[in-house]
Design a binder for this molecule. Sequence first.
Ligand SMILES: [Zn+2]
Ligand SMILES: [Zn+2]
Length: 279
Amino acid sequence: MFCMKAIENRLPDYHIHTPLCGHAGGEFEEYVLSAREAGLPEMGFADHLPLFHIDDPTLCMSHEDLPVYIEKVQRLQQKHDDYPVRLGIEADYIRAHLDDVAEVLARYQFDYIYGSVHFVGGWGFDQSRFKFEFERRDINDVYREYFGLVMEAAGTGLFDIMTHLDVVKKYGHRPSQDLSGLYEQVGETLARSGVAIELNSSGLTKPVAEIYPGLELLKVMRRHGVPITFGSDSHKPTQVGRHFDRLLQLARDAGYTDYVRFAGRKRIPMPLPSPDADG
Ligand SMILES: [Zn+2]
Ligand SMILES: [Zn+2]
């Protein structure tokens, strides 16, 4: 009984990669076992959807591997039929390939679709090999461009959750101007678009050493009523559910009392666990 309560008091991890993306370790099932062992109430795979604008096997699964991914997750759902294993995907927003992405996403029945912005005008800004480009640009403009794309992506209606909302800060580059007006606009746009956002703990282990999104931006989202989910962005089985106590604390600090789970792309509202029994 006591044990059941502890399990219910933890949070689902919806952002889990697999070896198919070319930069994650472990086996599919190890991620499920890791989530179960950690006592998470649900877990969900969300590996990188194939990209259309570049061919790089270190960034995402290949087009041929997409059906393999779906099948592997479905097989695990059958094997672990006493535990919710969700089928998600992380899809990049690339304006020129919106139709291609929509067409691929429509082929499968996902539980949720993450929208992410990893490219600003073709620049893969969150890859360490391209971070030198930050030194050549005006950081305020980079932020404006980045959040402009996030708003565009949310407006497409293709995505359920916008992931790592302020990942543009990954290497610690901060705007020198006050961008609170822009963040208001992001909050309004996301609320109007009906997307949720993710609290992503992977930023804690990056140079910025912060959760995505930061507290100020999250407070804006809260004010506009944008719902939240939780993700570790695991690329190793041992990373599943990591720093979720910090995510829960941040959600509470921003004023959230609820979060959402997803099944068949429908939101299921849930109360946040109590702070003294977090996970
Ligand atoms: Zn990845
Ligand atoms: Zn990502």
